[in-house]
Write a protein that binds this ligand. Structure first.
Ligand code: A3P
Length: 290
């Protein structure tokens, strides 16, 4: 019961989806519609714990490389701007007016469903990199993360978390719904999908494809640098600088199949079944090689 009370205090519901009260608010969601998206914006869309920070590192290096070529400057965003702007839905109501004044190219992260994004993103054909990950590993990562962050409800046991994950009691909503909603956009010209697993297996190819999608050309050496700087080891080593005391919470194991350490047979079957029901045979479902 104590757990439940915590949960209710830490999350609020907006348009049927739960969000952490310390990070998001209805006022900010309403203000978001004033964002003027641009065709050269880089939108990184992913459900929490899909590897957002990893892809964010890759994207900011790619932009820094291309800007240096074009304008001979370090990056399109200074450190302060990066600090404020990575997550579209996290900030204050004045954020979008400030974003509208930022120079290109802007990089924006979001965990939102496509229907809750500002319309200008689709109208102005901003390019979206959609990052997806095996739901079992997402749940595993989210469980550990929830217990490491004071902004999120914590769970006494993995079983408690599993029930919450499967019954849509998660901040940013249900992952299966997320996949199912994004499925409708996955074939769009302006959307590229990448899986955590394929990037892990072949980071050189993954980074190459991402760069090509955003029209950024790379030398072989630059490609190697981006891959090296975005490796789990490099990012973990640097994490105190980038994420302070939460470094170890954000950069936990960085691998594939850690779910095998948590799921029992029944939970495994339940998740397979939910996966089939929501995204079995769809574009994203098939890409996840479940
Ligand atoms: P684990 O908890 O399974 O280790 P997000 O950035 O969206 O919050 O996702 C966090 C997950 O991505 C964590 O998964 C984290 O370890 C992993 N991750 C972060 N950086 C990574 C990297 N460079 N390579 C592989 N995985 C990484």
């Amino acid at each position: 019961a104590a757990n439940k009370l915590d949960r209710d205090e830490l999350l609020f519901s907006y348009k049927g989806i739960l969000y952490p009260v310390t990070l998001c608010s209805p006022e900010v969601f309403r203000a978001m519609e004033s964002l003027e998206a641009r065709s050269d914006d880089i939108i990184l869309a992913g459900y929490p714990k899909s590897g957002t920070n990893w892809l964010g590192q890759i994207l900011s290096d790619l932009v820094a490389i291309s800007e240096k070529k074009i304008q001979n400057k370090e990056s399109s965003m200074n450190d302060e701007e990066l600090e404020e702007f990575p997550y579209l839905e996290i900030g204050d109501t004045g954020k979008y007016e400030r974003m509208n004044k930022l120079p290109s190219r802007r990089i924006v992260f979001t965990h939102l469903l496509p229907e809750n994004l500002p319309r200008s993103i689709f109208k102005n054909k901003a390019k979206i990199l959609l990052l997806i990950r095996n739901p079992k590993d997402v749940a595993t990562s989210f469980y550990h993360f929830s217990n490491g962050m004071s902004t999120l409800p914590s769970y006494e046991t993995w079983d408690d978390f599993f029930i919450a994950f499967m019954t849509k009691r998660m901040p940013w909503g249900c992952y299966f719904e997320y996949l199912s909603k994004w499925n409708k956009y996955a074939a769009d010209e302006n959307v590229m999908t990448i899986t955590y697993e394929e990037l892990k297996e072949n980071p050189v190819l993954g980074v190459k494809n991402i760069a090509a999608f955003f029209g950024i050309s790379l030398t072989e050496k630059e490609l190697q640098t981006v891959v090296e700087r975005s490796s789990f080891q490099s990012m973990k080593k640097n994490s105190q600088k980038t994420h302070g005391t939460f470094g170890n919470v954000f950069f936990r194991k960085g691998g594939v199949s850690d779910w095998k350490n948590l799921f029992n047979e029944d939970q495994n079957e339940k998740m397979d079944k939910a996966f089939e029901e929501h995204v079995g045979g769809t574009k994203l479902g098939t890409k996840l090689k479940y």
